[in-house]
Design a protein around this ligand. Structure first.
Ligand code: AMP
Ligand code: FE
Ligand code: FE
Ligand code: ZN
Length: 290
């Protein structure tokens, strides 16, 4: 390792706060990470870096290393592809503009889904506003929380299996760039792109090899292989692909507070993998405890 390792283990590189669909503020999340015994935590809200400053302040107080990050929405065909982005410049104009476009599209899509649900259920946009922080990246989880508050679902999971599922006719997609564009934008902002949970639907849905090669050309740095929802059959193939393309392998919990069952530190990243991410990043710095 060429840099002195200033971060502690265990390392969890994928968590969400109320800046997107997590249930804790960035400060609460960082405190929970420290209490869970983590040495390093990445904050990776969907399509937003708005939580970085608050998380950094809490990380300094709690003496835990913070890796500022994000989970970028992209899609190919109709399929959503999540791309983690670490240590990019949060003021990079092209990236900032693209993030605004995605968040705006998410908002319009949420409003449209809610108005359609409102035709069949006692449900309004005010219900969703009551369940989401100002400026948050709006997603189906906020609609789910509002459905629960109204008694139309018993939990986020129940809402996702029912009203919010695309089979039930209320689902709508939203604008997102394609993954190649996403990887290029992240790299151009000095960040390090890592494909999030690429095997949640098993080996058949692991990204096809042609597309993976294109993504590597566009700057993809790694694969999030150790993730609670990746299926074992797909994970084995991903490990081979990581070796083939010399990709960084990460592991993380994808913690959403009480919004999902995933526990902080449930899956973790090896120190040499994080060291490689830090070495490649030029957009911003980790927040170290000293
Ligand atoms: P969206 O991007 O608005 O379509 O919403 C997708 C988000 O919903 C993902 O980022 C997950 O965090 C969350 N999600 C998906 N399925 C579930 C589930 N069954 N229970 C809780 N959260 C879920
Ligand atoms: Fe999420
Ligand atoms: Fe995701
Ligand atoms: Zn996530």
């Amino acid at each position: 390792m060429s840099v002195v390792q200033r971060f502690a283990v265990p390392i969890d590189l994928h968590t969400h706060s109320s800046i997107s669909d997590g249930t804790q503020t960035p400060e609460e999340l960082v405190r929970a990470a420290q209490q869970a015994g983590l040495g390093t935590v990445a904050l990776t809200d969907h399509d937003s870096s708005k939580g970085w400053a608050e998380a950094a302040e809490a990380a300094r107080q709690e003496r835990i290393t913070l890796i500022p990050g994000m989970e970028l929405s992209t899609k190919v065909g109709g399929t959503s592809v999540h791309m983690l982005a670490y240590l990019f410049d949060p003021e990079n104009v092209e990236l900032v503009e693209e993030l605004q476009r995605i968040r705006e599209a998410r908002r319009t899509r949420a409003e449209s889904m809610v108005s359609r649900i409102g035709r069949d259920y006692d449900f309004t946009w005010d219900d969703v506003v009551a369940q989401s922080a100002v400026g948050t990246t709006l997603g189906r989880p906020h609609i789910a929380d509002a459905l629960v508050a109204r008694g139309h679902a018993t939990s986020r999971k129940d809402a996702f299996a029912g009203i919010l599922n695309f089979r039930h006719g209320y689902y709508e997609p939203h604008y997102a760039p394609d993954p190649v564009t996403g990887a290029r934008l992240i790299r151009a902002a000095g960040g390090v792109p890592v494909l999030a949970h690429p095997a949640t639907r098993g080996i058949e849905h692991v990204i096809d090899e042609q597309r993976l090669a294109e993504l590597v050309d566009a700057g993809l740095a790694g694969l999030e292989i150790d993730h609670p929802e990746n299926e074992p059959s797909g994970m084995a193939r991903l490990r081979e692909l990581a070796v083939e393309h010399d990709l960084i392998v990460t592991g993380s919990s994808d913690y959403h507070g009480t919004g999902k069952v995933n526990r902080l530190g449930e899956c973790t990243t090896a120190p040499d993998a994080l060291a490689r991410i830090i070495e490649q990043a030029t957009g911003s710095e980790p927040v170290y405890p000293d």
